[in-house]
Design a binder for this molecule. Sequence first.
Ligand SMILES: Cc1cc2nc3c(=O)[nH]c(=O)nc-3n(C[C@H](O)[C@H](O)[C@H](O)COP(=O)(O)O)c2cc1C
Length: 199
Amino acid sequence: MPNACTQNATVPRGGIGMSFLDLARRRQSDRGYSDRKVERDQLERCLEAARVAPSACNSQPWFFVVVDNPEVRTAIAECLHDLVMNRFAVTAPVLVAVVAERPALLPRLGGLIKGKPYYLMDIGMAVENFCLQAADEGLGSCIIGWFDEPGVKALLGIPRTKRVPLVIALGYPQEAAIRPKVRKGYAETWAYNHYPGKQ
Ligand SMILES: Cc1cc2nc3c(=O)[nH]c(=O)nc-3n(C[C@H](O)[C@H](O)[C@H](O)COP(=O)(O)O)c2cc1C
């Protein structure tokens, strides 16, 4: 395997001149945050990274509601956890609700014809850009998909007709360490020139 792809390489949390591959490895889901403040300029660089993400027909079907007011944030965190999932959300100093905006006509039609929800892929890309920028800032993040969506919408004044596919938790992580990635091996992940199996 190529040297650049050494699996589960140990990666420091911060560092000047870090390659993109190291940054991608450094991003992880952090599920516990310190109360250190996230500065608005850091937050806005994450939002800018999301804003410039690619989308089908450049439709940009997203809107980000940033929650950093402590009272609103605590109320939102209540909607993010149940008995099992996402109890850490209450520790995040910033929560970002990602609203799915109506895609432009062309990608909407294209999505219907091809049976592919392009808008969800677009949102995934924007959210990943956000989280990678957060990692570059030395911040931790966690993408949250399991939550009380009607509750979040009601608290933030998001119309009931819109969807909120994801919420992003953001803050300085409690744990400094970068965990080794738990991922499928190379052979299960890619192949050249032919899908594995029958020739
Ligand atoms: C669409 C999506 C939804 C997710 N929802 C949750 C969630 O509700 N709670 C949670 O703790 N992690 C959630 N995650 C984080 C994944 O569990 C995590 O990315 C995965 O286990 C890989 O770990 P890593 O992010 O640390 O590399 C979600 C990730 C994605 C992409």
